[in-house]
Design a protein around this ligand. Structure first.
Ligand code: HXC
Length: 258
């Protein structure tokens, strides 16, 4: 499928989705978000794809929602169209693992989209921020909720109230990103992680996603029970027999997503 605002490649079971509006630092306009939703659906439906990487350019993952486009909208328009709602739901509903590979600016909606991915690998130049306050608005696709869960209330308040940016080192220290790598190594590192994931059973990856995400949405007791039941359910799969059998036979497992 051809896109105007994305470049999508599929390589070794990994769908690489690159945000591509270089003139606007990958600002998220309606077209880009619509195309992103389509690209994710298509990656999810493609049986060859076992992991997804979402990335931008070296200068910007995404500098936020497109301010030019947003500035012309009225309350009635954004409310009645549920601005950004359906596209965000698509990202959240994606059951295959998504890695955000972030270089440069990840601001506002850009930071929020990175946080919606399953984990973030950042280059040394990455800068995260929720500067919506400078525009007279608040974050709109999860920034106040997710950033707070990642980095705690004090730092989240600091970021949202002052609009300051957090560099990669601070982001790693605060738990926002899982790894920081030199800029030139970002895609190699993300691809390496994606390929590791692609070697596993897709069924198990989906179960891991559901269980970890559940920890944000329920009590510890309910989450533990959910996890235990999922663990039990995995014994109904051929991939459990294969995984454990391969270990005992001292060979690499061949998962078949069954
Ligand atoms: C539209 C944007 C943009 C944005 C940058 N550009 N960010 N266009 N929306 N969010 C455009 C600029 O207008 C400029 O276009 C070009 O990209 C390069 O940007 P510069 O500002 O010249 O680059 P630089 O001086 O390097 O500064 C980079 C920057 C700055 C610090 C990232 O661009 C910036 O502060 N951008 C806005 C960041 C922001 O406030 N994000 C939150 C948006 S609100 P021209 O044509 O002039 O060359 C949001 C709400 C989320 O995200 C709600 C739900 C999605």
């Amino acid at each position: 499928m051809a896109y105007n605002t994305l470049i999508v490649e599929i390589e070794d079971h990994v769908a690489l989705i690159r945000l591509n509006r270089p003139d606007a630092l990958n600002a998220l306009n309606t077209e880009l978000l619509g195309e992103l939703a389509k690209a994710l659906r298509s990656a999810e439906e493609n049986e060859k794809v076992r992991c997804i990487i979402l990335t931008g350019s070296e200068k910007a993952f995404a500098a936020g929602a497109d301010i030019k486009e947003m500035s012309e909208k009225t309350f009635v328009e954004v409310f009645s169209s549920d601005l950004f709602g359906p596209e965000v739901e698509r990202l959240l509903n994606c059951r295959k693992p998504i890695i955000a590979a972030v270089s440069g600016y990840a601001l506002g909606g850009g930071c929020e989209i990175a946080m919606m991915c399953d984990f973030i690998i950042a280059s040394e130049t990455a800068k995260f921020g929720q500067p919506e306050i400078n525009l007279g608005v608040v974050a709109g696709i999860g920034g106040t909720q997710r950033l707070t869960r990642f980095v705690g209330k004090s730092k989240a308040m600091d970021m949202h109230l002052t609009g300051r940016f957090m560099d990669a080192e601070e982001a790693e220290r605060s738990g926002l990103v899982s790894r920081v790598v030199p800029t030139k190594k970002l895609m190699e590192e993300a691809m390496g992680a994606a390929q590791k994931i692609a070697e596993k059973s897709v069924l198990t990856s989906m179960a891991v996603k559901e269980a970890v995400n559940r920890s944000y949405e329920t009590t510890l007791r309910e989450g533990l029970l959910f996890e235990r039941r999922l663990f039990h359910a995995m014994f109904a799969t051929e991939d459990q027999t294969e995984g454990m059998g391969a270990f005992l036979e001292k060979r690499e497992p061949q998962f078949r997503d069954k």
